[in-house]
Write a protein that binds this ligand. Structure first.
Ligand SMILES: [Mn+2]
Length: 253
């Protein structure tokens, strides 16, 4: 089986306290370990960590269980793909070296069990808002990254977590529902992309909604939900069939 999950936003200040954060992190790890039982590959499609920035000699505190679980799964021979999202894009080798994952910083077109899949976190696709575009340019700028490195980490990381929580709160208030086939950006993106190159599945994270939509008789858009409230994931079986599922911790007991 091949699995896809996204958007755990581990370490987010939206959660009430450390205890709640650890509870969520343990559940994400339990989910990963359960999927690992019959997985050959696991794709993390972005924003697994709420704010990640690697400095030359240090990384942000926290997410210890999660990073350990990734390393354990990768060490066992399962290929783990880590797509960066718009909250955890500032990774420069640590996740590959220490956790053994393959980092993808751009969308990928990959054939999986005979199906052509377009995989992406989903931020920036079909984006029309100039403000958001400017922020995205800043986030991807090498100069801005170097400048951010000059800020002491206690201020830099504090700012990152604050910005991230503010952003998520806004998203939760404004956008956390399906906008419909004609307004949902990722669906519009997939429909446009389909005119140029065919994919059987378009799989995205980012939106924190669950969507399984046929856009053509042989093309489907999947949006993965999240690992905060839904603990949802997609699975592609050996025949290339895809399903959107929920992880149920109770069933493990
Ligand atoms: Mn995102």
């Amino acid at each position: 089986m091949i699995y896809f999950l996204s958007d755990a936003h581990l370490g987010s200040r939206i959660l009430p306290d450390k205890q709640a954060a650890h509870k969520q992190e343990r559940k994400v790890c339990a989910m990963l370990r359960t999927l690992a039982k019959d997985a050959t590959e696991i794709f993390l499609l972005g924003d697994m960590i709420d704010f990640w920035f690697e400095y030359a000699y240090t990384v942000p505190k926290g997410q210890t269980r999660f990073l350990g679980t990734l390393a354990e799964i990768a060490d066992s021979g399962i290929v783990v793909h880590y797509f960066t999202g718009n909250h955890d894009m500032w990774t420069y080798g640590y996740l590959q070296e220490e956790c053994g994952v393959i980092v993808h910083k751009k969308p990928e077109s990959i054939e999986i069990n005979g199906k052509k899949c377009f995989l992406a976190h989903g931020d920036g696709l079909k984006e029309t808002n100039t403000g958001v575009k400017i922020i995205q340019w800043i986030f991807h700028s090498e100069v801005c990254k170097k400048l951010f490195c000059l800020i002491p980490s206690r201020f830099g990381i504090n700012f990152g977590l604050w910005w991230s929580a503010k952003n998520r709160t806004k998203e939760l208030q404004l956008h956390n529902r399906y906008r419909g086939e004609n307004s949902e950006r990722l669906v519009l993106f997939a429909k446009d992309a389909e005119k140029v190159e065919h994919h059987d599945y378009y799989i995205f994270g980012h939106r924190h909604i669950l969507l399984d939509l046929m856009i053509k008789k042989d093309s489907r858009v999947i949006i993965l939900g999240d690992c905060i409230n839904e603990f949802s994931y997609a699975a592609i079986d050996d025949n290339g069939d895809i399903s959107l599922l929920h992880f149920d911790e109770e069933s493990l007991l």
